[in-house]
Design a protein around this ligand. Structure first.
Ligand code: HEC
Ligand code: HEC
Length: 256
């Protein structure tokens, strides 16, 4: 890790012209996967993330405190959910005047429409529902808005992504912009895209939500990380999701 940082600092001083403004083409993390992992991802029967999709479907049909279920409004398999709208999250929420993530929408529906007590952000249940819902849009193209009222939040997310932090004094962008394609121990650095999330990780053998992945990366920088659902992470999700505009949704992807 120290070597990488030294390398980075060297590269940054040696190559001041290394431009971040070069034209950017989004690439899914799947591009850097081993063939075995890619095959696992593409096979619904081999991809362990589908257990979580199934669990999400069960919860979708389960009755809440007021006797209703998600399916009452959105169809038994979510078939009346508007798939195009699912590709646009996070969206601007006029009520809070802030961005709302897909999981945030699910929490809001659970409380307002089922009368349920609040679930924790990134609780197992919330992740399962999010995985199920996002899987409905698998293959659809991410289309997050970046102008209008969302613009200042996109900028905040970008600033967070580019700010150095932690004992390593590194920014997310150091690894996920400047060193894409380089090896870090056994892993190859990707662009840090979110199109496969929630994602099954072989490393911890469970489906990992977006904010969990953020804190895993911050943890390795020995930086203090945010709580799941915190404004900083919502803005970061907004920025990173919009940076993947044009990529297909691949939930649940498989990663190391
Ligand atoms: C009483 C009806 C009702 C119930 C029950 C309900 N929702 Fe919703 N849901 C809505 C409405 C209305 C919207 C649109 C909100 C908006 O656009 O402001 C919505 C929007 C959504 C969206 C965003 C997609 C879209 O079309 O805007 C998702 C995802 C969603 N709900 C998931 C769920 C889940 C998961 C549950 C169960 C925990 C649930 N909903 C329960 C009424 C309901
Ligand atoms: C020291 C290098 C390093 C830094 C700095 C770093 N990460 Fe990562 N990150 C990794 C590695 C290694 C992986 C796993 C391989 C990959 O997909 O890049 C990863 C994976 C990810 C992924 C998953 C991508 C996918 O397709 O599954 C996301 C999202 C991500 N990082 C976001 C962030 C964010 C946000 C920050 C800043 C808070 C950050 N990372 C900082 C090394 C880093």
């Amino acid at each position: 890790m120290k070597t990488l940082r030294a390398l980075l600092l060297f590269a940054m001083t040696a190559l001041p012209a290394l431009s971040l403004a070069q034209s950017f083409t989004p690439k899914s993390g799947t591009e850097w996967l081993s063939e075995e992992a890619r095959e696992m991802q593409d096979d619904e029967f081999a991809n362990p993330g589908y257990f979580t999709v199934d669990r999400g479907l069960e919860l979708f049909n389960a009755t809440g405190t007021n006797g209703k279920s998600c399916a009452n409004c959105h169809g038994a398999d979510g078939e009346t959910l508007d798939i195009a709208r699912l590709t646009r999250f996070p969206v601007f929420d006029p009520l809070t005047q802030k961005p709302m993530t897909l999981q945030g929408r699910i929490h809001a529906c659970s409380q307002q429409h089922l009368g349920n007590a609040p679930m924790k952000y990134d609780s197992k249940q919330a992740i399962a529902l999010e995985t199920f819902v996002r899987n409905l849009a698998r293959g659809e193209i991410i289309d997050v808005e970046t102008d209008g009222p969302l613009a200042p939040f996109v900028q905040k997310g970008k600033a967070y992504f580019e700010a150095r932090r932690g004992q390593m004094d590194m920014a997310c962008s150091d690894c996920h912009v400047n060193y894409v394609g380089s090896r870090l121990r056994a892993q190859v650095l990707s662009q840090g895209q979110l199109n496969g999330y929630p994602t099954y990780r072989l490393a911890n053998q469970r489906v990992n939500a977006i904010h969990q992945r953020f804190s895993q990366c911050e943890n390795r920088l020995r930086a203090t990380f945010q709580k799941a659902g915190a404004d900083d992470y919502v803005n970061l999700e907004l920025y990173l999701m919009s940076r993947g505009n044009g990529l297909p949704i691949e939930t649940p992807a498989v990663r190391f």
